[in-house]
Design a protein around this ligand. Structure first.
Ligand code: LLP
Length: 425
């Protein structure tokens, strides 16, 4: 459920009609709902109720400072994967002991930043990384709390570009070698081994792979404890999928996922951490765009809109589906006809959908791409020198621009011309 509904024939974000935001900030823009973000976070809280747990929002899904501040104020922890994300977390007010550092290629500088600023734990992904962190923390006179990400070799049954738990993927250490890697980690002076980490992929619409992976984690917990490690925290990753296509069957709910967690690892006496990103932010946001032209091609109709692949890259990158709805509600019984919705970028890949049955559309109409709150704005670029799209947060009747559209001068003046190019070369 989200808070983007038609009222009196106009699509609203909570209590704000979208045309009002369009008039204020121009199109295209991203809009997020505070109520939906909050609701989704709370669904996970309820799902893990009674378990000692922390929900560490994976900010890679949507790292706007206002969204982060909301999450921090709800009591969430946060999962970061770069020095930039670490700095965002601190700036948004997450306490250091609620910041988890994941990622397959942390640099010594990033390690030092987090050790100095404070960190809940590092999730380590390889032996060289373990050794480097131990050196960095020793040199600072600190001991780094760590889990090690194991690769359980399960098929997450999702898009190949976002599956991470198969042995051929770059992530984690093979579970078959976990005991020797943990033995080495325990021997390194700058580390304190506190738990196990696993993350098998994103947009999972089936709970079975979780079940398989978490059972392996449970078994490994027993083995590592028998080897003398004090395993007291399990980071179970993120990845729960959302409904992108409303005509499809709904994926499992956080509550169902919580049952899997309880069943597989709930009685190990460990603190449970999860790292959801998409489920919290995805259906909490829309990308709103205006139709520039309706163009009749050979046997096809194109709606050319002012948003493009640089603003929302998921369709071009993963062939992802986003529901597209007109902001003015179509009349009941309006006839649907096939339409390609495309952006102005000079690539055929700049296509949001092909031959999608859509209600009548006209030049100047506003349309909304649903499910755009996660991996939307954060993956945007300025390709074709299109300034980044602004972001707006709605709360009841209020809305605020939480990232303004850069001016063209700001965009251009980030580049500098070296002196030796000022005159003839
Ligand atoms: N934890 C780790 C270690 C991750 O790598 C990820 C996502 C998450 C948590 C959060 O997963 P989520 O709950 O959001 O599924 N750009 C792609 C998704 C990439 C996901 C990368 N890792 C997309 O647009 O579908």
């Amino acid at each position: 459920m989200d808070h983007f509904l038609y009222r009196d024939g106009i699509l609203h974000a909570e209590d704000v009609p979208l045309p009002e935001i369009a008039a204020a900030v121009g199109t295209p823009f991203y809009v997020y709902s505070t109520a939906t973000l909050t609701r989704h976070y709370r669904l996970f809280q309820e799902a893990l109720d009674g378990l000692d747990h922390l929900i560490c929002y994976a900010m890679k899904a949507n790292s706007n400072q206002a969204v982060l501040r909301l999450m921090a104020s709800l009591g969430a922890g946060v999962d970061v994967v770069s020095g930039g994300e670490y700095r965002r977390a601190v700036a948004a007010g997450f306490p250091a002991d609620r910041i988890v550092f994941s990622g397959v290629g942390k640099t010594a500088e990033e390690m030092e930043l987090a050790l100095r600023g404070g960190i809940r734990q590092f999730n380590l992904e390889s032996e060289p990384e373990m050794r480097r962190l131990s050196k960095v923390s020793e040199s600072l006179g600190k001991i780094a709390p760590v889990t090690i990400r194991i690769n359980p070799d399960v098929d997450a049954r999702t898009h190949e570009k976002i599956a991470t738990g198969k042995s051929e993927n770059k992530f984690g250490i093979p579970i078959s070698r976990a005991r020797e890697v943990y033995a080495e980690a325990a021997s390194l002076p700058g580390l304190e081994v506190i738990g196990i980490d696993v993350h098998i992929g994103s947009q999972l619409t089936d709970l079975e792979p979780y079940e398989q992976a978490y059972l392996k984690v449970a078994e490994l917990t027993h083995q590592l404890r028998a080897d003398g490690h004090d395993i007291r925290r399990l980071d179970l990753g993120g990845g729960l999928g959302i409904l992108y296509e409303r005509s499809n069957a709904a994926p499992p709910l956080p509550l169902d996922y919580g049952e899997v967690v309880r069943r597989t690892v709930g009685d190990l006496g460990c603190e449970i951490e999860i790292e959801p990103g998409r489920l919290i932010a995805g259906n909490s946001g829309l990308l709103v765009s205006e139709i520039i032209y309706m163009k009749q091609g050979e046997g096809r109709t194109f709606a050319i809109v002012d948003a493009a692949m640089n603003d929302l890259i998921r369709p071009a990158m993963y062939g992802a589906h986003h529901d597209i709805v007109p902001v003015v509600e179509p009349e009941a019984g309006a006839e649907l006809s096939p339409c390609d919705v495309v952006g102005p970028v000079c690539e055929t890949g700049d296509t949001f959908t092909r031959n999608r049955p859509l209600p009548p559309l006209a030049e100047g109409d506003l349309i909304a791409f649903r499910s755009a709150g996660a991996y939307g704005a954060v993956m945007a670029s300025e390709y074709n020198s299109r300034p980044l799209v602004p972001e707006v947060l709605v709360h009841g009747h209020q809305f605020a621009v939480i990232r303004a559209r850069p001016t063209f001068d700001e965009m251009i003046n980030r580049d500098t011309i070296p002196e030796w190019l000022e005159g003839p070369v």
